[in-house]
Design a binder for this molecule. Sequence first.
Ligand code: IVH
Length: 668
Amino acid sequence: MDIKKRIDYLRKEILRHNVLYYEKQDPQISDTEYDILVKELEKLEAENPLFASSDSPTQKVSGTVSSSFKPVKHAAQMLSLDNAYSQEEFARWYERAVKTIDNLQPPSFIIEPKIDGLSAALTYINGVLVIGATRGDGETGEDITENVKTIKDIPHKLPISNPPSFFELRGEVYIDKSDFEKINEEILYAGGQKFANPRNAAAGSLRQKNPQITAERKLRFFVHSFGKAQDLSAQQIDFQTHYDFLRYCKTCGFKLQQKITVCKTFKEISDFIDEMTQKRESFEYEIDGLVIKINEYALQNELGSTNKSPRWAIAYKFPAKQATTVLNKIRAQVGRTGIITPSAVLEPVALGGVTISHATLHNFEEIERLNVNEGDTVLIERAGDVIPKIVKVISKSGEGFFRPPKNCPSCNAEIVKEDDAEVAYRCINPECPAQFRRHLIHFVSRNAMDIEGFGEAVIDQLLEKKKLKFLADIYNLTFDDFIDLDLFKEKKANNIMKAIDKSKNQPLSRLLFAIGIRHIGEKVSEIIAKRFINIDALFNASSEDFTKINEIGSVLALSLEEFFARDQTKRIIDALKAAGVNMSEPQTENAGRQFEGKTFVLTGELAKYAREEAAKIIKSLGGKTSSSVSKKTDYVLAGENAGSKLKKAKDLSVKILTEEEFEELIKV
Ligand code: IVH
């Protein structure tokens, strides 16, 4: 390899990505891939000092200063942070830092979540906000004073009696995840290009020529570092530690992050890293790691900084959530109701400790919006345990986007485009085998008829042996049919026969959900079953009868009317009736009705109950559950790591119950 050539290439490439990331808010690679380029360049430069250059991006704070804004010279340089990608890398930083200051006092460490936003420096003169600036290249930033003034978390005047004559502090401008989703919805509605992540949305909203647009976006701000001050001591303010500084900022009217901690030992830090890695998704804003800082300012000064970053702090980065890979194939899958859903088969790529080979594509409109086709290189993102999604196309392999198939991939029937709210492409062949298979899977599932042991593998084998042609065939299956299947012995076959039999007694509400009526989920099934009690009443009802129920609007009512008018529905229900399946809803006779008319919202992780269990208890005591908090909510039952719903409950003064309080209430 020609080392000089590689170094030149890496420098150019890193600078190109800096412009894309900082100026255009349109990154073309994931953060991890960017960091890999920087690490490679750092290594080559360290091994070949002859090629070192003060112009190299490794020697400077990355970031750009756009000519669209007035430049602002920072009072003190705004540095970046070095990264550690594992506890081992962090341990190396820790050892080195502690060793360097060994002969002084033992350090303490302050740890803060690393907010995925963009840095801003705020200058207060005699307590009045006079300048707001981006980090820019670290020496010079962009003047965004009018824009930062629109951020509610930033005081225009410090609410203290003796402000320092000059005070410059730094922090992160960011956007909550929920507000990010809302902004994107609005942009999509207006026909614009969505932001790829909350960081881009925050940057795009802050660096606006028109501050009114900034004001419309719900930007937020957390202080995270000290810049420069004059006359602090004259005001008898003297912070010895970063913690003191943060507390002072609080008295100045700034918000601080909740999860800030001070640790003394490596073990404490390491445990905190583990805990926060687990809790990462429970934050209302994106965090991409933790920043570990030496707390004592005297020790920070002792360690000093390089051109680019302080030696007294390090960013511990969580496992990546984004990666780039090639989209090998787009598969069209047929759902239970015939909707054709595209999904992406990817060139396998490592992401956050697992290998990813599939991603969701939601619907064909999304494919058009992304302008994505087979063979394209795409940026994917995985948050928590959810299936990864495609954020955007990085490079195209050809022209245009993937078109919906004209025929059903299962039965070859013509696909119909329905112009309803779902933008659905649908196979309307009632005999489509793929739909029937999905229908069976749904029918036996836990929240439907709950037939234990009747998994997909069992269904596939029974379909192959032609034992299942109609839904009601489930109830005609015999012990011998099961004993014939792979991995079935006597006990298992007996158990599944018992489970099938037991499912015949499920209440009408479950049967309604299980037979799969378009738009009708578990909750509506329950409401209808409670109101109509017997299936025959449903066959006799009109859409007006359905709309009389509060929770049922015209779309659901029409769907119900249309479903019960079909000959096919009558045939299915008759066959199930003949097989002995219960067709009515038992009337509950509960001793306790203490939750009559009360609405609950469940949030966070409960220690003793699964969400479904808690919801069942509430229902059995006359209450109901809802997924969102409003003024009409009576109680919010909040477990561990409750997030935005808990906050909203507090804002609306809704009664919040701990799990213990809930247990007390249900005892009565
Ligand atoms: S301290 C000398 N604390 O991360 C730099 N930075 O990758 C001191 N960031 O430029 C920065 N959360 O914009 C610090 N709790 C936090 C942070 C944080 C996010 C950003 C900041 C910095 C970048 C470096």
